[in-house]
Design a binder for this molecule. Sequence first.
Ligand code: SF4
Length: 376
Amino acid sequence: MPQPIDPLARLPEEWVEALAALGEPPYRAAQIFRWIHHRGVIDPEAMTNLPKALRLALHEAGLAPPLQLEREHRSADGARKLVARLNDGAAIETVLLPVSPSSAVTDADAAAVVDDDDEPKADGAHEATIRVTQCISTQVGCALGCVFCASGAAGLKRHLTAGEISAQVLLGRDLLEPNESLGNVVLMGMGEPLHNYDATARAIRLLTHPAGLGLSPRRITLSTVGLPDGLRRLGEDFGGQIGLAISLHSANNVTRSALMPVNRRHPVGELLEALRHYPAPPGRPITIEIALIRGQNDGLADARQLAKALRGLRVKINLIPMNPIDGSPFGPPASAQIRAFQDVLRDAGYLCFLRRRRGDDVAAACGQLVRRDVPG
Ligand code: SF4
């Protein structure tokens, strides 16, 4: 028996159906969807163009804000980590990463995996606008236990609903400064999006719906360890539209399995085979993420093996020196080692960027979401 759809996650056509059961005309569906996903108003009481009886019915159907901002931490480098409390008391985090026009030029990979849309506009009216990339979560914790990740260390508490995933973007938009605009959304916070596929896919549909936020799918990137079945579904549902980033970290099965237990179930060869079939958007190569960890995956032999494994795939490679995590024995390699690793990949013909770590001081960088200040 299919579960009823959470009102917050209904698409307009599903609202038409739900409202018909209440004897309401179809045009109310567009009004309600617009209140929620365009204006960011989720409390039915504030939907002032709806009749009182309908507002009451929506309230009784459970339409209510799914999360509240609890804290905002500002990093010295401009990153802002938002801690949000869900209605069951669990906490999640989402991060706003401003990318100034100048940094978009000088640091091609400044804020996130999406960088080709971050070029400043030629139009003078937009020159002062700071584009913000928002990183959102898809689960409370994560089941996959990558050894370098704080979210994984906490284990999986539960999946987020589609409404909880998309509401993070509405929250983030409300907190933008007047000179900022939402540029890109990256599903790269707490959790593995493909492990919560149905809710993640529905959230993408909500975020990209033209009657709601209307985000271009090109501005969305999903970051994953690369669960092959999830990659296949993503390709079928959003083929050629959603950007993809793969947390590969090593092309060596022994090394990758030691860092990422999921590799024992889905080894590198299976992942790369799935990538060969993924319909990446035109002009947007798949991003391969390598968190460089001193003494683990940072050798030149590792770089050469990586170059060989990726041959024939349309990719760009991001090198991310490991972020320090409290209580973890791992750390970043020396700068010279990172440069040497990058040189091997560039000499092999790959686009290969060194990503700045951002938000370290508020534990907002990759692999740092949760632990330092989120109890429970
Ligand atoms: S890196 Fe991603 S998949 Fe791995 S434990 Fe962390 S959140 Fe989960």
